[in-house]
Design a protein around this ligand. Structure first.
Ligand SMILES: Nc1ncnc2c1ncn2[C@@H]1O[C@H](COP(=O)(O)OP(=O)(O)OP(=O)(O)O)[C@@H](O)[C@H]1O
Ligand SMILES: [Mg+2]
Length: 284
């Protein structure tokens, strides 16, 4: 049994998840929305997180709990803090106040323990970020070899298994430049999975792709969601949100403004900011 996050007061549990969702509730929608699991078993737990760049306050009092196996889609206007939120969860950015805990363990500021905890959080970026001078196989085995101390034979066995899972079994020896954008992004997903993360963060994973390659990446992500991977996904792909996400978190101006099921969010947004945002993206 994996260890579980610490229990939070029941009063912190949201109302909009419904009685049959495994969650119970006591809070409402609106600013300072707190989304916390009923049994306190959050895999990712943010409480009162604030982040500034200089005097620019970018994240305001963010409270968010992501349950094991849950898929949360984060959506919102440009500059609302979505990438910063992901980068804080992965500790690529430090925070000024509040806590971020992964599987019940607060992220330390630095040191070996941080490196270990960070390895529990995989991240897939818009721009793939593969090592151009390394083969696909080497890109995937690098993390397990260096950070996990896995043997080369085991790392390669697992890498080939993951390549098969993302539909690229025949590309192990290719160099990234020989692959399409969609294929590179699927390698990036395999690379993240190779670390056996507890949670995967995706920051607009399909935004840099030609339209015909978006689906192949979304299909891999949908498969991961179906298999129970805990995922936080920044995306404007509403089809994915509807089919794979349990919740949509809508951010604006560095705040979580609204949290709802995809069906509710896309058909009955509550806040003016969300209505305005949706009217703009739906009109395209
Ligand atoms: N390294 C940085 N230094 C200074 N300001 C930053 C930095 N990174 C982000 N910001 C600022 O923080 C705010 C939030 O940025 P962030 O990239 O998180 O937004 P976003 O919601 O991901 O936007 P987009 O949809 O365009 O990707 C923006 O005003 C941005 O200019
Ligand atoms: Mg961003």
């Amino acid at each position: 049994m994996p260890s579980r996050g610490r229990r939070l007061p029941d009063s912190a549990v949201p109302t909009w998840l419904g009685a049959d969702s495994g969650w119970s509730s006591a809070a409402g929608r609106g600013e300072g929305v707190c989304a916390v699991a009923a049994d306190g078993s959050a895999l990712v737990l943010l409480e009162g997180v604030n982040k500034s760049f200089g005097d620019h306050h970018v994240l305001h009092d963010i409270d968010l709990a992501v349950q094991p196996g849950e898929v949360v889609v984060v959506i919102g206007p440009s500059g609302s803090g979505k990438s910063t939120l992901c980068r804080c969860i992965n500790r690529l950015e430090t925070i000024e106040s509040g806590t971020i805990a992964i599987d019940g363990v607060p992220l330390p500021a630095e040191g070996k323990e941080l490196a270990r905890l960070r390895a529990d959080v995989g991240m897939v970026f818009q721009s793939f970020n593969l090592f151009a001078h390394k083969s696909v196989l080497d890109n995937i085995t690098l993390g397990p070899l260096k950070a996990r101390g896995t043997s080369r034979a085991e790392a390669e066995r697992r890498a080939r298994e993951l390549l098969d899972r993302v539909g690229l079994a025949d590309k192990a020896d290719a160099m990234p430049a020989q692959l399409s954008g969609g294929q590179q992004q699927r390698v990036a997903i395999a690379r993240a999975l190779a670390m056996d993360p507890k949670v995967l963060l995706f920051d607009e994973p399909t935004s840099a792709l030609d339209p015909e390659m978006i689906n192949e990446v979304l299909e891999v992500m949908t498969g991961l969601a179906r298999d129970g991977m805990t995922m936080v996904v920044v995306t404007h792909e509403m089809g994915f949100a509807r089919s794979a996400a349990q919740r949509v978190v809508f951010m604006a101006d560095g705040r979580i403004v609204e949290v709802a099921s995809p069906a509710d969010f896309f058909t009955r947004p509550q806040s003016d900011r969300a209505k305005d945002f949706l009217s703009k993206i739906l009109s395209h």
